[in-house]
Design a protein around this ligand. Structure first.
Ligand code: ATP
Length: 237
């Protein structure tokens, strides 16, 4: 039975690609107002978990409930409309479009309040307002990551899921991502599921976390407890 108090509740989830099992009996929970990280080595199933929540990897066993309603089996559009935003790995901005056009695309599930939502995103990332008419492909990698996050926020999601937002960014931009995620949690009241291999970023954003390995949850708990165990298990230090 799913818990109606949870925002996202995943129970016994299995997913695969043909004969390849990517997730095996995974359970995970995020409460309203929580930031949770998901870590683990390459191929552990982190991206698959986010894609499964978004309805992009259908089939397989288990249940996914969001805001008290079962969402596995819904279309990606219906899941987005229910309040789940997904910032995929590699940013995936529409390069030839301007920054503002990219943000407008993020509002595709909204019927009202688009201008106010875009203004709120500009308040979070003022540099994007300065560059709003510029083609997104002309921006730095860090700024493109801001566009991808801002585009997700324009939908006013209840949950934002981010897939390795720090990948390939300079340390100063990684710090910018960390600050933005904390503001999203506190000022936008949006819960966060952060897939992150950068353990320092993961534990400084998430109060709790899960570690996946070969498609299974192998560690779960408060960040302070997991930090040391993750270093031992995955970094060999
Ligand atoms: P990374 O950190 O490298 O992104 P990950 O933890 O996100 O890894 P996934 O990308 O979810 O892991 O991959 C989980 C497993 O599923 C891996 O064995 C991977 O090879 C496999 N896999 C992922 N996508 C596909 C696909 N489209 N077709 C077939 N197998 C896939």
């Amino acid at each position: 039975m799913s818990d109606p108090a949870a925002l996202l509740e995943i129970e016994g989830l299995s997913r695969g690609y043909g004969p390849v099992a990517a997730l095996r009996d995974v359970s995970l929970r995020i409460d309203p107002g929580e930031a949770v990280f998901l870590a683990g080595p390459n191929g552990a199933g982190k991206t698959t978990l986010l894609r499964a929540v978004s309805g992009l990897v259908p089939g397989g066993g288990g249940r996914i409930s969001f805001a008290g309603r079962r969402i596995d089996g819904l279309t990606p559009w219906a899941i987005a409309a229910a309040g789940v935003a997904h910032v995929p790995q590699g940013r995936r901005c529409f390069g030839p479009l301007s920054v503002e056009e990219n943000l407008r695309l993020g509002a595709y599930t909204r019927t009202a309040g688009v201008a106010a939502a875009i203004d709120a995103a500009y308040e979070l990332f003022p540099v994007l307002k300065e560059k709003r008419r510029q083609r997104t492909e002309e921006l730095s990698g860090g700024q493109q990551q801001m566009v991808a996050i801002a585009r997700a926020l324009v939908a006013s999601p209840k949950l934002i899921m981010l897939d390795e937002p720090s990948l390939g960014l300079a340390p100063i931009m990684v710090e910018g991502v960390r600050v933005a995620l904390r503001r999203i949690l506190h000022e936008f009241s949006t819960s966060i599921l952060l897939v992150e291999q950068n353990a320092r970023l993961a534990v400084s954003v998430g109060a709790r976390g899960y570690v996946l390995r070969s498609g299974r949850v192998v560690l779960a708990g408060p960040s302070a407890e997991l930090e040391g165990q993750m270093k031992e298990a995955y970094l060999g230090v």
